[in-house]
Design a protein around this ligand. Sequence first.
Ligand SMILES: Cc1cc2nc3c(=O)[nH]c(=O)nc-3n(C[C@H](O)[C@H](O)[C@H](O)COP(=O)(O)OP(=O)(O)OC[C@H]3O[C@@H](n4cnc5c(N)ncnc54)[C@H](O)[C@@H]3O)c2cc1C
Length: 372
Amino acid sequence: MKKRIVIAGGGHAHMMLLARIGDFIRHGCEITVVGPSEHHYYSGMGPGLLGGTYRPEEIRFATRLVTEKFGGRFVQAKVSSIDPDGQQIQLDNGKQIPYDYLSCNLGSQVPQKMVSGPVDDIFLVKPIERLLEAQGRILELGADRTIKIGVVGGGPSAAEIAGNIWQLGRTPGMRPVEVQIFAGRKLMPDHPEGVRRRAIRTLQERKIDILEGTRVESVRTGQLIAADNTVHQCDLIFIAVGVKPSRVFRDSNMVCGADGGLTVNRYLQSVNYTNIFGGGDCIDFADQPLDKVGVYAVRQNPILVHNLLASITNQPLKPFDPGGAYLLIFNLGNRTGILHKWPIMFGGQLAFMIKDYIDRRFMRTFQKIELP
Ligand SMILES: Cc1cc2nc3c(=O)[nH]c(=O)nc-3n(C[C@H](O)[C@H](O)[C@H](O)COP(=O)(O)OP(=O)(O)OC[C@H]3O[C@@H](n4cnc5c(N)ncnc54)[C@H](O)[C@@H]3O)c2cc1C
């Protein structure tokens, strides 16, 4: 009987797996890919999409097309839970899919608990494709009047979102856009002081207001309510607070880390179920905590491919080595960035050019496999 492999989520950690579907088919496997959208958007270029630097087709992978091209089956749905003993996943459309092997790349999400009431004009920074909707809304409202936009969050994604909203606000025909960042304790507190100072300077030079020490407790359409009960009126609100792994594993009562990520061993294999693998933001790597950055998801690609193939052919598994320090480049809008890899740090156009080159090259590598 054919081995049934389910690829849950077509994110950054599964790009190589999708490209190698043909190898699994040749080994007599049946492949099913499950994802909520026919495309996967590259988050590293998401802020640039919002700012208008990139078009949607430049920053996305055609997950369904690639799956079907190599002989797999694509199911457009979300995984809502996993039954690891019964070896099946439950989908949000009520259906189940049985598997022999499961690989999970379900990503992370921005917690929504601070939002109350309707979500009109409130945008979480994930899923990335919603940033396109946000862009349309800014252009629509900003064509008639000055608008005020609040960005909740103190990490790099809040800085990137604010910088790119500012860029969008300079589109010809737009009225001025006022941007405020509600940074909680500080802006980018977990980054070296030089990176932090550079980000603050760049944003403040553009008259972006950075409110450090202002913690937002709740958000509703048009209003942010701070911990001291001050109410801030905003036309649009972006929520860029830290991400949490997909809830699927916790909801399935699987062994998880403190933040709900699927606990995996050095083979990226669930610590309880040897036929379940995982990569990217949705895992808790038992050996050491990993930052929620795309770099790790990308580095995990070859290990997931190898270990899944090795499992079906009874070969030894390979361990994942997270590697050393990684390069970070933030896109602050206006084709400027900040590059950081210890001990190097610089900002400006060169930093953006390097990011743009790396990101476009990454996209080209995987978009090439979409071609007939
Ligand atoms: C605004 C922003 C900018 C960023 N910039 C950078 C950067 O420049 N460099 C960097 O290294 N990192 C960056 N990051 C972090 C980076 O995005 C993540 O670490 C990376 O996306 C993790 O990849 P992933 O594949 O695990 O998750 P994702 O990219 O989120 O992919 C998960 C996939 O799973 C799918 N999925 C989700 N839920 C389900 C479900 N229930 N069922 C089925 N499929 C599902 C999604 O549709 C998606 O295709 C940024 C993050 C944000 C929010």
